[in-house]
Design a protein around this ligand. Structure first.
Ligand SMILES: [Zn+2]
Length: 182
């Protein structure tokens, strides 16, 4: 996976703790039965969380039954609102603002989400290396995600893209139907 070498590694308990918070938001609030994702947005001072969200469905959406069927999977993937744009919406709704803010999102953003991040004025993204390493090449290049293109989009927009390398601790995470301990 040569992409990993293109991403700057970042250290520090501050970043680890915000990543834990992002994981926890996903665990507590996600409506996706297969993969929980959470994102938080932290103001430029690294003190205040101005937005937070998990992946979820639009209000009033009936979550399809039968996880394994292709129809249910498609309906779910099509309707789900990813955590990254939803965290931006949360910051907008509650007037925290996203300009010059940092987003903590353990997983890699997809291409559509990268455009929202770049457009919102967020200037830094922190991911978790261990979760990135669990991402298969198939997912990485899937047409609905295009993660490589997402990174290019963020870099072209001047967003600093980083990953924290190490144990987060104190949280569990559902990824592709399996629980692990980041
Ligand atoms: Zn996305």
């Amino acid at each position: 996976m040569n992409w990993a070498f293109r991403i700057e590694t970042i250290e520090g308990e501050l970043h680890r703790d915000f990543l834990r918070m992002a994981y926890q938001i996903g665990e507590d609030n996600s409506q996706d039965p297969v993969t929980h994702t959470g994102a938080i947005i932290v103001a430029q001072d690294f003190m205040n969380v101005v937005g937070k969200a998990a992946n979820h469905f639009p209000p009033g959406f009936d979550i399809p039954e039968g996880l394994e069927s292709e129809t249910a999977r498609k309906a779910r993937l099509e309707a789900i609102i990813h955590a990254e744009p939803s965290a931006v919406h949360d910051a907008a709704r509650h007037s925290g603002g996203t300009n010059n803010a940092t987003m903590y999102m353990p997983w890699a953003p997809c291409y559509p989400c990268s455009k929202v991040i770049a457009d919102s004025g967020i200037t830094m993204l922190v991911m978790h290396k261990q979760l990135l390493l669990m991402t298969s090449d198939k997912t990485w290049t899937a047409p609905e995600y295009k993660m490589e293109r997402a990174f290019d989009t963020l870099k072209d927009a001047g967003v600093r893209v980083c990953m924290y390398d190490g144990k987060i601790g104190g949280v569990k995470h559902l990824y592709k139907g399996e629980v692990w301990e980041p």
